[in-house]
Design a protein around this ligand. Structure first.
Ligand code: AMP
Length: 325
């Protein structure tokens, strides 16, 4: 049976990149299969522990987590088991066991660690170095066979595979070996203001290069209108012209087509319409859910309960295999 696990870190506001690279592919499993049952096949959630790896403000983390919890539901993931990572203590417990299997050399090679630690400067948190191991624990605890993620997570899922294989070989088979799955379109949406960088939710709430899921149509229009292009004027993909290529990627990932469009004005108008149409039903559902927070709390509480049940035997098996029980 296909089992899926994917988490998103509440470290900023969700972007169009998150939607196209992760949330939509997460939805691409039959709702019946996704359905939240005792042996549910889709576990999706918010990795709030990962948000502690960079300097953070506790009250902002709380607000972000709340907003994202609603957005996961509003994006159509409600049939899955939805949960918040810190509400399932097994993640931390298995994380430590896997730190005893992972090697510092392989963690030092993680691209995201290198990039983020460079950005932070002097006081890099130890957790930034070890969080890929916690991510491996997130995945392996659920016996996930597939991890729907954007392109940037490829290396982390590869590490989870290596750790699973090493643990199984050393201590006996406990874990399924997962595989990353990436969407055919939208696996790497780039920043509109700097199309050489990926669109990131941590670039700041006012960043003009990020389209946020809760941006109104005017904000989307303004950001797309200001998107960096070039002077060639030709609507076609070209490595040398990342801005236009990114706009075409966004258009196609949102179900549109660039065929027959002439000029960047027409391309930007088509991108705006496609993105606004993609976001509109999500925003409508978000507003409904925001008016019924008790229901949202219940969904996540029930999700965490199911996760605690699903993960307990895997953690127990790992503890027994490694010699703790
Ligand atoms: P993060 O924003 O790093 O917490 O990532 C959450 C999920 O969204 C992961 O599966 C990422 O791979 C995916 N993601 C983040 N940014 C992008 C982007 N610009 N394009 C496509 N997928 C993305």
């Amino acid at each position: 049976m296909t089992k899926r696990l994917s988490l998103i870190t509440p470290s900023g506001r969700l972007t169009l990149g998150n939607l196209l690279g992760a949330l939509r592919p997460m939805r691409c499993i039959e709702p019946v299969e996704m359905a939240a049952t005792a042996d549910s096949s889709a576990f999706y959630g918010l990795s709030d522990l990962h948000a502690l790896t960079l300097p953070h403000e506790p009250s902002v983390l709380r607000t972000r987590t709340e907003e994202m919890a609603l957005l996961l539901m509003a994006s159509g993931l409600e049939p899955a088991t939805l949960f918040i990572q810190s509400h399932v203590p097994a993640h931390r417990s298995l994380g430590y066991l896997l730190e005893c299997v992972a090697h510092t050399g392989e963690l030092g090679r993680m691209i995201q660690f290198k990039e983020k630690s460079r950005r932070v400067g002097a006081s890099v948190r130890a957790s930034l170095f070890t969080y890929p191991v916690l991510m491996a624990a997130d995945i392996l605890l659920y016996g996930a066979t597939e991890v729907p993620v954007g392109d940037d997570q490829r290396q982390h899922v590869e590490l989870a595979r290596d750790i699973a294989i090493r643990f199984n070989t050393t201590y006996g088979r406990v874990f399924s070996v997962p595989q990353a799955v990436h969407p055919a379109a939208g696996a790497r949406i780039m920043d509109l203001a700097d199309p050489t960088r990926k669109m990131s939710k941590s670039a700041g709430d006012e960043h003009p290069g990020s389209i946020f899921l809760l941006d109104d149509p005017d904000a989307v229009r303004r950001k797309v209108a200001r998107a960096v292009t070039d002077s060639a004027g030709d609507v076609s993909r070209d490595e040398e012209r990342p801005g236009v290529t990114n706009l075409i990627d966004i258009l196609e990932a949102c179900g549109g087509s660039a065929a027959g469009l002439s000029g960047y004005g027409a391309l930007k108008a088509a991108v705006t319409d496609a993105v606004v149409a993609e976001l509109e039903p999500i925003q409508k559902r978000y507003r409904e859910l925001a008016a019924d927070r008790t229901y949202v709390t219940q969904v996540y509480a029930a999700g965490a309960e199911r996760c605690r049940d699903a993960t307990a035997p895997v953690l127990a098996a790992a503890e027994a295999a490694i010699g703790l029980a």
